[in-house]
Design a protein around this ligand. Structure first.
Ligand code: FE
Length: 194
C-alpha cells in the first residue's frame, strides 16, 4: 500500500509539473512509466527483504559473492531449503511448488536473493521439476562436476551463495538445447508487476 501511495503521489506531482511547464504528452507518459517501474521494483525489494528479515545475507541488489559456513546457514534457513541448498538434497518429482508454474516473472535464489531465471526461459518438461533452457545471466549460476550416486552429471549452484540448485542436462529445447532441472524449494518466484 505504501508503494501504491508513493506512486500516486509522484504521478500527481509529475502531472502538475507537466501542466505548469508545458511538457509534451510523450515525455509525460515516459516519465510516469519510469517512476512507476522504479517504485514498483523498490516495493518488491522491500517486501522480499521483510520476508527474509532473519537472513542478513539475503539481498536482491547486492551481487557480492558470499562466504557463509553451513553451520551459519543451518541457523538461518528453513529445514527443507537447507537440505537441498547445503546438503545437495533433491525434492520428490512433481512435488515442488513451481514445476507447473507458467506465470511471467523472475525466479530468485531462496537462500540469498540472487537473480537466477526469467520465466521466459521456463518450459513445460515432463521430468517433474521446474525446468529452464538458460540462466538469467552468465554469472547467475556456476557449475561443478557431480559424480555421486553412480552417475556423471553437472551440478548447478547459485553464483552468489554457492547453494545447490539442481543439475543441467543437454536434452532441453532450442535455443540452447539445455535443461536446467531445478528444485522448487531453493527458488523464489516473483510475478511481474506485483
Ligand atoms: Fe544464492
Amino acid at each position: 500500500m505504501a508503494g501504491t501511495k508513493t506512486v500516486l503521489t509522484v504521478g500527481s506531482f509529475i502531472i502538475v509539473t507537466s501542466i505548469l511547464f508545458d511538457m509534451n504528452k510523450l515525455n509525460l507518459f515516459a516519465t510516469i512509466c519510469c517512476c512507476v517501474f522504479f517504485f514498483n521494483c523498490k516495493s518488491q525489494n522491500n517486501k522480499a527483504m521483510a520476508d527474509h528479515k532473519d537472513n542478513p545475507y539475503y539481498s536482491r541488489t547486492d551481487t557480492a559473492h558470499l562466504h557463509v559456513s553451513d553451520a551459519e546457514w543451518k541457523k538461518i534457513l528453513p529445514k527443507d531449503v537447507y537440505n537441498i541448498a547445503r546438503e545437495k538434497g533433491t525434492e520428490w518429482a512433481f512435488s515442488g511448488k513451481y514445476y507447473k508454474t507458467d506465470e511471467r516473472g523472475t525466479y530468485y535464489c531462496a537462500v540469498c536473493g540472487n537473480h537466477l531465471f526469467k520465466s521466459d526461459a521456463k518450459f513445460a518438461s515432463s521430468c517433474g521439476w521446474p525446468s529452464f533452457y538458460e540462466a538469467m545471466t552468465p554469472t547467475s549460476v556456476r557449475y561443478e562436476d557431480d559424480n555421486s550416486v553412480g552417475m556423471r552429471r553437472t551440478e548447478v549452484l547459485c553464483g552468489r551463495c554457492d547453494s545447490h540448485l539442481g543439475h543441467i542436462f543437454d536434452d532441453g529445447p532450442p535455443p540452447t538445447g539445455m535443461r536446467f532441472c531445478m528444485n522448487s524449494a531453493v527458488l523464489e518466484f516473483e510475478p511481474d508487476g506485483k
